[in-house]
Design a protein around this ligand. Structure first.
Ligand code: SAH
Ligand code: SF4
Length: 401
């Protein structure tokens, strides 16, 4: 079945590599208009910011909101425990809160941010892609992948993407808008809820890993992504309690933002989508390379590795007769040899209308062999979710599900 065209990009948002869409709310101060006004505003759709959610806020900010409602400050932790510990935002499931305040607290700090429009699964139910509709109709996708030893949630950081990589389905539709921290976290909490309830084959479980490899360029939505990483990794009730080392932020190579991330004191894994070892080819495969060249991107990556002690993951989608030549493997090997890095080769996943395809198996094997000969650790990523268009680069929420 051919997919309908994705929604057109918002004309007020350019495709520049800068963080262009409005950042989500400055959240330090409780909404002076009150929760009811907030909900009315939220219903108006485009151009409005997502409703404020406790996942947008630090615990101190949540306390301030709760006190503003006339409640004792400890209600902030109670409410947070429901969301981050029990994965619920249903007021009627919060029996430790006085009946009279439950609805008001939940309406104010736990508004519904995402509504599941469609679920698709494969691999006997252990790979599940969800299409979500946000308050303004923006569509995004997340993918849950259960392996024997871990569960990885692949999340979107933006609706669409402005970076325009020609081999990526998300890139073809342009950027609609940035997601709020709450909208990013909500994708993971939804997966956690399913797992806790035993609704994913393999018995009850938890989300162990989060990868920012869904729709969007995470570092073009910097503030929300860093806030989301903190909420995902802070212990319950502040956050979800996932290990920082189990979170991967994948970027196309926004150099100033990589440098900023290195200074956050987070030990998340950085993945750099390189896809070519020479600027001539990378300028076409990853258009933002016209702004920041390979040597600058890699220098920022090595600084990140030095600051965090984390091995950088170099992502390289192998595209038949485009970037899979032996000399490019050798050049890549020479760029990475001796660095705190490993290469993650991704057999190109098909996207609608693209003339490109994955490399031949023998060519892929030779590429791996040459990297290994240069002493560069290399893995080939599995193509989980391909049959439901849930693999890397295939996420492109349709206009109508
Ligand atoms: N915007 C970020 C993260 C989302 S894309 C980035 O580009 O890094 C996640 C990964 O999927 C990136 O490494 C991206 O290059 C890769 N990708 C995109 N389209 C793909 C495709 N058709 N086949 C294989 N990988 C693809
Ligand atoms: Fe955006 Fe990443 Fe796709 Fe490029 S590969 S268009 S940066 S989502």
């Amino acid at each position: 079945m051919s997919r309908p065209r994705p929604p057109a990009p918002d004309p007020v948002v350019s495709a520049s590599p800068e963080p262009v869409a409005p950042e989500p709310p400055g959240l330090a101060v409780p909404n002076p208009a009150g929760p009811t006004a907030r909900l009315v505003l939220a219903g108006r759709g485009r151009g409005q910011r997502p409703p404020r959610h406790l996942a947008d806020l630090t615990m101190a900010e949540r306390r301030a909101v709760v006190v503003d409602l006339g409640e004792p400050p400890y209600r902030a932790a109670q409410l947070s425990r429901h969301f981050f510990g029990r994965f619920t935002q249903q007021a009627d499931e919060m029996s430790d809160l006085p009946r009279a305040s439950r609805d008001r607290l939940a309406d104010t700090l736990l508004p519904r941010l995402l509504t599941a429009e469609r679920e698709q699964s494969c691999d006997a139910g252990t790979t599940r892609k969800t299409l979500w509709r946000a308050f303004d109709g923006a569509l995004i996708e997340s993918v849950l992948m259960r392996y024997p030893d871990r569960v990885t949630m692949c999340v979107s950081s933006q609706a669409g993407c402005g970076m325009g990589c020609p081999f990526c389905a998300t890139g073809q539709a342009g950027l609609t808008r940035n997601l709020s921290a709450g909208e990013i976290v909500a994708q993971v909490v939804a997966g956690a809820r399913l797992l806790a309830a035993g609704q994913v084959p393999g018995g009850p479980g938890r989300v162990s890993n989060v990868v920012f490899m869904g729709m969007g360029e995470p570092l073009a939505n910097y503030a929300s992504v860093v806030a989301a990483v903190r909420r995902l990794t802070d212990p319950v009730p502040e956050g979800l309690g996932i290990s920082q080392r189990s979170v991967t932020v994948s970027t196309v190579g926004l150099v100033p933002a990589i440098a900023r991330l290195a200074g956050e004191g987070l030990s998340v894994t950085l993945a750099v989508s390189l896809h070519a070892p020479d600027d001539e080819l990378r300028d076409t495969l990853v258009p933002v390379n016209q702004r920041w060249k390979i040597d600058e991107v890699l220098a920022a990556a090595w600084d990140y590795a030095a600051a965090t002690g984390r091995r950088v993951s170099i992502e390289y989608a192998l595209i038949r007769e485009v970037n899979d030549q032996a000399w490019r493997a050798d050049l890549l090997g020479s760029l990475l040899a001796g660095r705190l890095a490993h290469v993650n080769l991704i057999p190109l996943n098909p996207t609608p209308g693209s003339k490109w395809t994955a490399s031949r198996p023998a060519v892929q094997r030779e590429f791996v062999r040459r990297l290994a000969a240069a002493g560069v650790p290399t893995t080939v990523r599995d193509t989980r979710g391909r049959e439901i268009d849930g693999a890397c680069g295939q996420l492109a929420a349709p206009a109508r599900p």
